[in-house]
Write a protein that binds this ligand. Structure first.
Ligand code: FES
Ligand code: FES
Length: 168
């Protein structure tokens, strides 16, 4: 029997999309295969690795565990939405500069989740970073460089904010 389909709207990285989904379709599949935001990766498919992390109404979620239909009308940020006007976000620059990327499969999830952390807490200490990123697994870097990258990004963001205050 053919599954009933529903038309939903998703705002992805500020762009409104209308898409037809079956009730059992995962948000991850809709983002990657229907809307072609392929930066979001699938690794475990069971909520254990964080490779599929996106922001759903500004909160990080594992998109492999979210039904697309439950995201109807909501706003999603994927790794493609982090850079602005062709400029890498400090968290992206810091990952590259600190060597926090090896195979890169986990990287979009780490970037999106670190971005959410720095929005909520622009001065995280190492324990806070480890706690926040506990749901993101990396099999290459050993995590030290990832932690260093988040600290470096926080420093860059704080410097930028202080410069803007001086300019005011
Ligand atoms: S692919 Fe979603 S948590 Fe691993
Ligand atoms: S860089 Fe390879 S899994 Fe993280």
């Amino acid at each position: 029997m053919e599954q009933k389909r529903y038309r939903i709207t998703l705002t992805v990285n500020g762009r409104l999309h209308e898409v037809e989904v079956e009730p059992r379709e995962r948000l991850l599949d809709v983002i990657r295969y229907k809307l072609r935001y392929t930066g979001t990766k699938e690794c475990c498919g069971t909520g254990d690795c964080g490779a599929c992390t996106v922001l759903l109404d500004d909160k990080p979620v594992n998109s492999c565990l979210v039904l697309a239909i439950s995201a109807n009308g909501k706003s999603i940020t994927t790794v493609e939405g982090i850079a602005k006007d062709g400029e890498l976000h400090p968290i992206q620059r810091a990952f590259a500069e600190q060597g926090a990327v090896q195979c890169g499969f986990c990287t979009p999830g780490f970037i999106v989740n670190s971005y959410a952390l720095l929005k909520e807490n622009p001065n995280p200490d190492i324990d806070t970073i480890c706690y926040w990123l506990a749901g993101n697994l990396c099999r290459c870097t050993g995590y030290q460089k990832i932690i260093k990258a988040v600290l470096a990004a926080a420093e860059m963001i704080n410097k930028q904010t202080n410069l803007l205050k001086v300019d005011d």
